[in-house]
Design a protein around this ligand. Sequence first.
Ligand code: GCU
Length: 411
Amino acid sequence: LFFISMSISKAQTNYTESEVPFFEVPNPLTTFKGETISTNTAWEKSRRPELHAFFRENVYGRVPENLKIDSYNILEQDHNALNGKAKRTQVELTFTKNNKELSFTILLYLPKHVKNTAVFLGYNFYGNHTITEDESVIISTAWTDNNKEFGIENNTLTAASRGKRTNRWAIDKIIDAGYGLATIYYGEVDPDKNDFSDGIHHLLYGENQNQPKPDEWGSIAAWAWGLSKAMDYFETNPEIEATKVIAFGHSRLGKAALWAGANDQRFAGVISNNSGCGGAAMSKRKYGETLAVINQRFPHWFCTNFKQYNNNEEALVVDQHQLLALIAPRPLYVASAEEDRWADPRGEFLSAKYASSVYELYGKKGIGDMEMPSTNLPIHNTVAYHIRTGKHDVTDYDWEQYIKWANIHLR
Ligand code: GCU
């Protein structure tokens, strides 16, 4: 059944640029009432709040209550990790509410030769133990999707998948460049399935509630929330420079990183790696994945209110470039991959371009050109962009660019 529905939706997918519909790009600098915004003060006072509220109530869903960390617990620590060049910490954050509890574990590597370290923070898809060969990384007991390639059966992670995703995490390059790396298994914050009886959501239900209200958080907002809670912990850790934490994410987790950066201005910057539909890509282009398709396949990702835009993108008064604009004036990196047409590389580029007018209000350099740069020719302005060769993935090339750009804009 899955394959049948997939092939139907893929068959209708538009991959032809000339078939992208004409639409007016919602102007980040014109309020819903039609007023023009010409200063960063006016942006912050009126336009930013109304855009943020729109995305909160109609796209990702609002967080019902801001839970604080109940306790954190250092599960494990090693001052000589990664052949002696890093300090490894595994810290578990616990949240309690209504007699229910949720915990998730941050795996943190900090370079030993640097004090007050800037950190890249990002979720992983299959457990912290997949991102490195490091035998000491604890294997999560949270639910996971089955995956033959990783030897995952019965929705349970095992040592069979240790190190299986090292290719996506250039740990050595990151540590050698003087940055820390923090990662969390996203399934510990909210399992990625259409089931709202678990994860963080169910801690915050009112009486007789068993799923979020139409304007309340889906899974992407829950994952974004988890990144902010990691930030709460970083603020207590003197080894981390909490004003220099960059939220990073690939694909669905890139959507979560963008929303985290929009919500939480403590993040110093955001990296969207191939985030696509509902992330950096513009919905109104209907190129590659569309709102109807994403909301059908992943009904739990966005809030219920967002479904009114399925096959109805015209009715949206915003588009995703305005999500990106909410991150201004902080550094923002949007990255695409040539073969990742499903994520609409051009739509990701245009989003970064159209968000740039807000950066310019702050005297920051965005994307000037309407033309996409050539493949593997990155633009490293405050708003950065590259399209690399290859498929939907995170590669060493991507990390090399993120590090170079962070060196310019974070140091
Ligand atoms: C699917 C989904 C995308 C998502 C991707 C991923 O392809 O359609 O929206 O970005 O999964 O998370 O890898």
